[in-house]
Design a protein around this ligand. Sequence first.
Ligand code: UDX
Ligand code: UDX
Length: 468
Amino acid sequence: MQFKIKNICCIGAGYVGGPTMAVFAKHCPNININVVDINSDRIAKWNSSDLSELPVYEPGLESLIKKYRGKNLHFSSEIEKKISEADLIFISVNTPTKSKGIGAGQASDLRWIDASARQIAQHAKSNTIVVEKSTLPVRTAQTIKLILNSPDIGSKNKTFYVLSNPEFMSEGNAIKDLENPDRVLIGGENSEAIQALISLYSNWVSSEKILTTDLWSSELSKLIANAFLAQRISSINSISALCEKTGANIKEVAIAIGADKRIGSHFLNSSPGFGGSCFKKDISNLVYICKYYGLEDAALYWQKVIDINNWQSNRISQIIVNNLFGTITCKKICILGFSFKANTNDTRESPAIKICSGLLDEGASLKIYDPKVKKDMIQKNLNNFQIKENHKLEGGDWCFSNSVYEAAEEADAIVILTEWDEFRKLDWEKIAKVMRSPAWVFDTRGITNIKDAKFNLINTWSIGDGSN
Ligand code: UDX
Ligand code: UDX
């Protein structure tokens, strides 16, 4: 079977689907790309003429949307119609952790994958290529195939070809990662279908970077890549605590160990813990799969990666309270950064949520500033705590600030939670003048000029810095 791809449909206009399809639109000018989503508000934002309203913030995304939207890139809620026109369909819907039933708290909730497969079975034409983009438990393609080939769901006499093509880009670097990936992974059974997808990527990715495998290796590789990355963060974070106790410095240690090519220098920044939609969900899923296959020790090993992540954020909350004389009731704390990492407006699983909630529980008043996360999103994440629009804080409440300096005013402490560039070059002289003394800074990313803060008589704590 020779495939001619003229129309692509992507189900799911989220942090993965949106940027990925924007880059496809750029490099495949003769292909019409339709991104569809059940969430019509999200689609309206993708279509907004004000590009600052796009639902996803990514450096470089606005200019791609400006250039290709309305040409060969379209966002709509006409799911059935766009599915029926497509030669190739990406499934890029969310696969959160199950909140109830068998495997609750660990297994992936595949209801949206199931729903998407049913929509495709009903509305797609025969010989459509169906591509898993979402990160999925190994062997999900089997379920998708069963649904697509079920005669009860409307797919009589239709043939589908299922491929796995997980996306490895990371948020905040999405466009760069998509433009220049370390590898593109395509798993499948039908060589012509695999070739059709390769030919799309070949428009901008060199052939030696395109790896092909069987379906199951491709599905599993994505889960394992995320697990290995997260494991590095838990490893370095566990050592950050040891550095603080022993007088060593985690940055120096990271440089020294990272110089060994077998270890490598990337992904060794200690932090308040990993956040984002993927790591916790995917490792929980890995733990579940290991247990399912009776591999209890393997499950315990990976569970520890999550446990250390929780320990790290709890440990930091405790350090803040201890240093502020054991009580933070009615103290004002300035929070710098709410997103789970820099260069994104995404707050899913952000360590900021847990740390801020902990401080609010202890009775602190928070003044929160983030360059890209909007007030409504913070409010959604801190929904148990009161927002004060008038900035008259009384304890256990918070307000939204429009700048670092506004947030620092009258604060007893500053807590840096996200590594935004803006926080790397703070004017500590200016800040010291507006804070309440004795003032503290807690740098949970180790990015600020701590010497400068000290020089301006601010007490300092920086992650993994044993000279604190
Ligand atoms: C998600 C998963 O979290 C990740 O594991 C996977 O690799 C890709 O999909 P992301 O794009 O970040 O990543 O999720 P999200 O921003 O929540 O976007 C998913 C979109 O799918 C949402 O906009 C949702 O409305 C949409 N959706 C969901 C559909 O259009 N149809 C459905 O049936 C279900
Ligand atoms: C991750 C994977 O990197 C990507 O390949 C996959 O497709 C999706 O999941 P993402 O979650 O977007 O990407 O961002 P990433 O850069 O991996 O950061 C994840 C979390 O780890 C963030 O909270 C970040 O702050 C933290 N992190 C990262 C550290 O604490 N230290 C580091 O050295 C790197």
